[in-house]
Write a protein that binds this ligand. Sequence first.
Ligand SMILES: [Zn+2]
Ligand SMILES: [Zn+2]
Length: 225
Amino acid sequence: MIKLVLNSVYPSPCINCESLFEFDWQNCICKRCIELIKKEKNLPYCKSCGDGVENCENCKTKTYYNDIEVYCSFKGAIKNLIYEYKLSNRRNLSKIIAEKIEEDIKSYIKDKRIEMIIYVPLHKSIEKQRGFNHLKEILVHILPPYLISDQIEKTRNTKLQTELPKEKRLRNLKNAFRLKKQLKAKNILIFDDVLTTGSTLLELYSTIKNSGYSGNIYGYVITKS
Ligand SMILES: [Zn+2]
Ligand SMILES: [Zn+2]
């Protein structure tokens, strides 16, 4: 109630279109901009390693992921929403993102018979600062807890990938993850928010495969930059 009164006096500008709008449970992004966020098909990227090129050179001789699915491009409303969600630590925005990808990720999980979803971990110090893992927070809105796994941890803090050129990204993440225990699920899914060069996905792939895991590994990323 107080929020509603406040908002009629000081309406919030939408983070994407900047128009002033009345909010009900969030004062971040307007309904019109939320509606702009849609599943995109045929985005160009390598479905084996996540590189920005379809059927990339590297994967001609050796393949990595069984498949990688992306929901949409990292631009416009979803880009602003993800930035706002991560930088301002506004936990409740996870619900908007979750509702957007819900149908798509659920059908992917069913189709690939996924038994375990591992979200990309944050280093403990970052998670403590933020108060939550932003990826896990999205998943808990739409999937049963037994599917969501924290079996991988990040053992050292790394530089922000976005600050590094492609050739340094893999090195930055080298051995930054650790598997807590052997995975038994036959089909697992790695969940991330932004796919750029695929370095994070590749390093996680190595971490899992180096443990002797012989099952199938899939990837689901919300956006591709
Ligand atoms: Zn808007
Ligand atoms: Zn590739």
